[in-house]
Design a protein around this ligand. Sequence first.
Ligand SMILES: [Mn+2]
Length: 417
Amino acid sequence: MIKILHLSDIHMGSSFSHGRINPATGLNTRLEDFVKTLSICIDRALSDAVDLVIFGGDAFPDATPPPYVQEAFASQFRRLVDADIPTVLLVGNHDQHSQGQGGASLNIYRTLGVRGFVVGDTLTTHYISTRNGSVQVITLPWLTRSTLMTRQETEGLSLSEINQLLTDRLQVVLEGEIRRLDPNVPTVLLAHLMADNATLGAERFLAVGKGFTLPLSLLTRPCFDYVALGHVHRHQNLNKSNNPPVIYPGSIERVDFSEEKEDKGYVMITLEQGQVDWEFCPLPVRTFCTIEVDISKADDPQAALMKAIAKREIQDAVVRLVYKLRSEQMDVIDSASLHTALNPAHTYTIQAELVSQLARPRIPELSASSGIDPMEALKTYLNNREDLKDIATSMLEAAQKLLTDDVEIWLETATNE
Ligand SMILES: [Mn+2]
């Protein structure tokens, strides 16, 4: 039996805007939160004496984090080296060369020849010997157009055609890896990708359109005992029949308010030939709390606000208070007592919105439920903006040029995951 700990999307060094400087250490408290959460994962790897740790990618917000953030990450993974636990670090989109100022954050582990550490930056199979037997790990890092296609081949193709071509190419290369697998050794596919039925927040669909996805059928192959994913921050199993499990553990800490309601954690796996068990293990992470209140119709706006705050558990949480009011109510809001009421929070922001300004109608043709092509979305937007009429044509041309010339850049920056 082989025990594996699967974690992903650490994003150490992000969410700083939700923290403050800890005067005792000089560090942003959100860095300390992320270190604490990562250390709980590593504690578990050590206390359970796992045979292997697999990381699904996105170590930092970009590929060239400042040295003190690199060090915070390395000092936790160092504990696995000391305990002789083999570790695979997969390269996510945030870890790639193109996301930094020259450099790819995880390659340093290969350069240093860290004992037992594998950096997965190519599609290949790693044969790993553990205390309890061998395991095969196929690494599939975040793919870009240039990985499997040349510029000439993709010229003039639409995004969906490029997506299809990439999927076809990947299928062939993956098939090559599968044929070389030893059928007597348990196999894990470790991949950083967007699978086509992953559940995302609606806000991300709006931001990226359909983007770049791979079909689930590529992953649900009987030759895999477990499919370990990274990229999507919400924990989920994409294959309900569980043969094999196709698991996003999700991020280990809340990166922003879009993850307010998500549980955070890592996954423990036990693997035997023909038998896999997995369990999601929740992590005690910092609470995010949105207090949204409309006081525009309240007789006593201040009391309504204070009541809305008092109803919520805000101790040590990252809080945002968003309230709607009429412009003539502004004078009766006592902001000093709002600050006093929010003081138990770890950090907080206050955002007042005037209802008169909210009255502007939304553009009816654009809604989250209808999928829409980026060019169509821009056209609809411009049709509703009289003030942009003079430059509308050149904006459309520029957008078209961006989409066709530099699809790759669009693909790489389109998502926060
Ligand atoms: Mn990612």
